[in-house]
Design a protein around this ligand. Structure first.
Ligand SMILES: *Cc1c(COP(=O)(O)O)cnc(C)c1O
Length: 242
């Protein structure tokens, strides 16, 4: 875990240098799905401040355990980022523990998160998840709003109480990085950055870009990402893909 974390920090530093960016602009979100709360505590002990989860049931249980373990160990509990597809009926739960929701992709979910944030008397940061697959069929099930609808959802979020629009998120197409499409991630992240620029012109506080995973974090840093969601390169392969 420690060696994986070191390697990823080195990759991020190299990518930042290559892109002429300050590594301090980059937030590493270690994706801990399928790994137990005890591993999150080990990460906290190694200085990790941000972790990502993609399923509410697992994340909610872990958030409670992490808080208890961190308290006992005298460590700061990492902030939890919610990065997975989210059902409306789980919005209240997620609003209770998430630091930032990366996967807001529809008006109904925005309204549910807003209601939950207001009920919990808090301000919840959200990113709009954009679909970056050029193939609409491939995009099905991977989540993400068509980029053409980003403006409308951003305007809605800006009006809803309890929510703060912080930026955008994207997942590169499945085939990205493959021999047949070496530039697919770069192209996808360029589309994401383009939408991000338009949004930030209207919503100045929405400058975050969550992009890049274990396989394509260099391309994401080059394309202006502020948040990198990295799992397997740090923690090893998961029992099953979530
Ligand atoms: C699992 C997951 C990641 C991390 O993927 P790795 O390839 O293990 O780094 C990033 N983003 C999302 C949305 C995920 O579900």
């Amino acid at each position: 875990m420690s060696a994986g974390l070191d390697r990823v920090h080195a990759r991020i530093a190299a990518a930042a240098e290559q892109a002429g960016r300050d590594p301090a602009e980059l937030t590493l979100v270690v994706v801990t799905k399928f790994f137990p709360a005890a591993d999150v505590l080990r990460l906290a002990g190694l200085g990790v401040r941000d972790v990502g989860e993609n399923r509410d049931q697992e994340a909610a249980a872990k958030a409670t355990q992490i808080a208890q373990l961190a308290d006992r160990a005298g460590l700061i509990a990492p902030r939890m980022h919610f990065i997975g597809q989210l059902q409306t009926n789980k919005a209240a739960s997620v609003a209770g523990y998430a630091h930032l929701v990366h996967s807001l992709d529809r008006p109904k979910l925005a309204r549910a998160l807003s209601k939950a944030a207001v009920a919990g008397d808090r301000e919840l940061g959200v990113l709009l998840q954009l679909g970056l697959d050029t193939d609409a069929d491939a995009a099905q099930g991977r989540g993400g709003l068509p980029p053409a609808q980003a403006r409308e959802l951003a305007d809605l979020v800006a009006e809803l109480p309890g929510l703060v629009l912080r930026g955008v998120m994207g997942v590169a197409p499945l085939n990205a990085g493959g021999a047949d499409a070496p530039d697919a991630a770069t192209q996808a992240f360029a589309r994401l950055r383009c939408v991000a620029k338009e949004l930030v012109a209207q919503h100045p506080q929405a400058g975050l870009i969550s992009a890049g995973m274990s396989g394509d974090l260099e391309q994401a840093v080059a394309a202006g990402a502020t948040h990198l969601r990295v799992g397997s390169a740090i923690l090893g392969s998961r029992p099953a893909h979530g």
